[in-house]
Every structure is written in C-alpha cells, then in structure tokens.
Design a protein around this ligand. Structure first.
Ligand code: ADP
Ligand code: MG
Length: 477
C-alpha cells in the first residue's frame, strides 16, 4: 500500500514530503509529529536494546500526520517489515499518547537512491502523498522490469508486460495476468507504470486495485460524485487494475467496470488486469466481462523453480545491500519451496538476525532460521484429508457425511464449504475434486463452489469463518 499514493482510502493525507529541517511550510501537525516522535524514541531508549534503537527505530523518518494517520518512512524493505512485525503496535500506542489521540501508523518505504542504470527523470525520489486532482499514479520505482527475475514460470507474463509498456494500446489489449498470490503480478503491473512514466513522466497512468475501484465507486454513488469518479477512471492512457477477482459477485461494480473497460478500449487506451485465476474461472464475473478479459493476451505466472527462486533471493539481497552467498541462497530456495513473498520474508528475517548479531549471513544462521520458521509451520499445502477434518471439526459433521450423499441442508453446506476450500487451496481440476468427493460429477462441484462464493459475498460471517478456516489450514493463503 505504500506505493499507492493516489488512493489512500478514507484516511487520506495531503501533504508534500518534507525536508529534514523544519520549514515555514511545515504545518502545525507536522511539527507536532516530529516532536512527538522524538519524545517516543527518547522514552523507548531506556526500554529497548541499543541495537534495536540504532538499527531499526532511529532510521525511521516521521513524514507527516493528518487526522489519525501518521506516515513514517523506513529506509528499506527489511526495516519496514521488521518494524511492522515487532514494534508497530508499540509505536502506535506511544505516538498516540504523545499526540493525544489514537494514531495509526502507515509505514512506507522511503524510495532509495536508484542505481545509475535506472536513474530516471520521470519519477521523483520522494513522492508527495497527495490526493491529486488528476488521476495520475506515480510509480515509487520499487517495482521495475530490471529487478524482476525472469524464469520459465513468468516468461510470457513478463514479455507481455514489456510489450505493453513499450507500446501501450497497440499490441495486447487487454493484457490479463493471473496466478497465485506472491508470484509477482503486482510487481509487473507497477513495472509497466514505471517504465511508461520513465519515458514520459506526464503520461496519465492509473493503478487501482479492484477493491479500491469498488470502494471509490460506492462512495461516489453515495456522494453524488459519479461524474468525477468516471472522469478519473477514464481520463487515462494506461489503466492498470489489480486483483480483479475481488469484483466477482458485485453486480453494480461489474457493470461500472464493464463500461469503463469499453470506454477505454474503444479509445485505444491500454488496459492491464491481474487476477488470482484465469478469466474462465472467475465464475461470478459477468460473462461479457470474462470474454473481454480473454480478448487480448492472457498470461499466467507460476511458482518459480528453484534456480529462479535462488536468483530472486540474490537479486533482492543485492538491492537491499545485504551480502548473501550463492550457496546460502540456493539452500534457502530449496528449503522454502514457497511463493516469492514468503521467500522475501525469510531473507528479511535472516538479514535482520545477522544484523542484530553483528555477523555475516552464514549457512548456520540460514539453517537456524529455516528450522525455526519454515519447518514447524510446514509450507506444504494441506492435504485433502486435513481440509475435510478441519471442515468437519468446524461444522461438527462427521467426515463420512461430508463425503457422503446426504442432501440435508447443514451437511450439504459443509460439503460445499469443503469443495470451496479444496479448490481455493489446491487449485485442482473440478474433475479431480469430484473424484475426491466420492466420484461426483464435476458440475456439482462447480455448483457447490459457486454457491459458497455467492454466499460469502453477501454473508460477512460466513466469509470470515471460511477465510479463518483457510488461514488455519494454510497460513500462506
Ligand atoms: P502478487 O501481486 O502476485 O501477489 P507481488 O507482485 O506483490 O505478488 O510480489 C510479491 C513480492 O515478490 C514482491 O516484493 C515482488 O517484488 C516479489 N517478486 C515476485 N516475483 C518476482 C520476480 N520474478 N522477481 C523479483 N521479485 C519478485
Ligand atoms: Mg498483488
């Protein structure tokens, strides 16, 4: 979220990043934030280890505060993640106490100095976080083509994204990229924005997640600002819509998306969409939209193989200025057969641990981290039996009934939930899932899945309990 300045949701902040000194432009709130921040650190100094203060908390830069949101910059992804995981609650509480109202901290990554090769004129080093009247997305420069590692698993999506960035609107329109979480879809989407703005920094590019699109749309409807909403969405050359699966089942938002899509497409504007599944599997998506999504290039991103995972680790380490030997990277890539986001998390833990201990990253340290975080949890997907057991426990319905033929409502419901979770987590074909559930027809499996999805869109409680079940089974989803 730290790279999506245009849509900060309800707690929007509107200011320009500040210099290191107070200036006459500093608002009262900003001055207040800085002195409150200094006070928080002074107090923490006597409570926390010196290394934590020096390496993690002191490098943070308070940027601005508006309402209940304070924006704090971290000088890199490692520090950002570590602070978020370990100290965010503490910092929020303390800062709230100093400022005198509840404060939520938005921890951003402060864009680093770029390497000479990627220095560009279009993207300023520190972005203003502002509600710009024009719908221009400013790439943070964190996600670029030159720091995307290409392998067999993502070659087509990468080539499609590069082609689109080179000649927006002329080759693949739309470009539809799909794949599981943490495999680089958002990275590619934002690399397109970055590349286009590197050439022409005034090119209006919109990056929006489907969730933001839906929220903005509903809020525009409620506030009679639909014209402005449409003007924003449609006044662009390049329209990047992330996580489009979110809109499935939301009829009015889909209708709006349909019109936005047609409007932009007819004018030859470039459209790029990302989703966690291919268009044909967006079951609750309007057929007209699905066929439009399929009308350009549809490209998948898969789990990278071990070599690619190793290359990604080495590239991330280099970007963050962390020394990582090839053998250690290879060990991690083999030991953690998981998506890139999780792999990055492992590297963060490792780098931070090494930094705290004041040692380089050794094979022993890597082994210790893998053992502590990645073995007991188990990164493997849960088995079908585990899914059944967990659904059975939750609904208090015996496993044989879930797999059986009874059509009693509570049993059928539990069965449909099990089908839903199996499909979401394993991605197995309908035919295979049908076989698991006692040789059932694949259409009845699809029907069960669709039913739960529809219900989840309407029923918040069901939505929460299914998600919870899934998270317990598989923390990575
Ligand atoms: P998705 O949108 O598919 O869930 P992201 O684009 O957010 O995934 O990627 C998660 C993290 O993994 C990001 O930090 C991204 O930079 C990184 N990543 C994913 N694939 C690659 C890759 N091929 N090369 C470099 N980094 C990658
Ligand atoms: Mg994403």
């Amino acid at each position: 979220m730290c790279i999506i300045p245009f849509f900060l949701g309800p707690a929007r902040v509107n200011f320009w990043a500040m210099s290191d000194q107070y200036t006459f432009e500093d608002g009262e709130d900003q001055v207040l934030l800085r002195s409150a921040w200094e006070q928080v650190l002074r107090r923490l100094e006597v409570e926390l280890p010196e290394t934590v203060m020096r390496k993690f908390l002191k490098p943070l830069v308070p940027v601005a505060v508006e309402g209940s949101t304070a924006v704090i910059d971290a000088p890199g992804q490692f520090i950002q993640e570590w602070v978020r995981e370990k100290y965010l609650d503490l910092l929020q509480t303390r800062l709230g106490l100093e400022i005198g109202r509840p404060i939520k901290i938005e921890l951003r990554i402060q864009p680093r100095e770029r390497t000479a090769a990627s220095v560009d004129v279009g993207v300023v080093a520190r972005q203003p976080v502002s509600v710009d009247p024009t719908p221009v997305f400013r790439s943070s420069g964190r996600y670029r083509f030159d720091n995307f590692v290409v392998g067999q698993s993502n070659r087509l999506a990468f080539a499609g994204a590069k082609a689109v960035a080179a000649q927006p609107g002329s080759k693949y329109n739309p470009l539809f990229i799909y794949g599981a979480s943490g495999l680089g879809k958002t990275h590619l989407l934002q690399a397109i924005a970055h590349e286009i703005q590197r050439r022409d920094n005034r090119c209006p590019v919109m990056y929006v997640t489907a969730q933001q699109f839906a929220e903005e749309f509903v809020s525009a409807l409620q506030n009679n600002r639909i014209d402005q909403f449409r003007k924003n969405q449609r006044g662009v050359q390049v329209w990047l819509l992330d996580d489009v699966q979110f809109i499935a089942g939301k009829e009015r938002t889909q209708e709006e998306l349909f019109h936005t899509f047609n409007y932009l497409h007819a004018l030859g504007k470039q459209i790029v969409l990302c989703s966690d599944r291919p268009p044909r599997d967006l079951l609750l998506m309007d057929e007209r939209l699905r066929s439009r999504f399929e009308s350009g290039l549809v490209a998948d991103v898969l789990m990278p193989d071990t070599e690619t995972r190793c290359a990604i680790l080495l590239s991330k380490a280099q970007q963050e200025g962390v020394e990582l030997e090839h053998d250690v990277a290879m060990y991690l890539a083999e030991a953690i057969p998981s998506n890139v986001r999780i792999l990055e998390g492992a590297l963060t833990k490792l780098a931070v641990q090494a930094s705290l201990e004041g040692t380089p990253i050794t094979p022993e340290l890597a082994e210790a981290i893998v053992e502590k975080y990645y073995q007991s949890v188990g990164v493997a997907k849960p088995s079908f039996d585990q899914i059944l057991e967990s659904v059975s426990r939750h609904y208090q319905i015996p496993v044989p009934d879930i797999r059986g033929l009874s059509r009693k409502a509570p049993i059928a419901h539990a069965r449909h939930v099990a089908v839903f979770i199996t499909r979401e987590i394993t991605g197995d074909s309908w035919k295979h899932i049908g076989a698991l559930f006692g040789n059932r027809d694949h259409t009845s499996m699809m029907h069960g899945y669709k039913k739960i999805r529809e219900l989840m869109n309407r029923d918040k409680e069901l939505n929460a309990s299914v998600r919870l079940l899934m998270r317990d089974l598989y923390p990575e989803v």
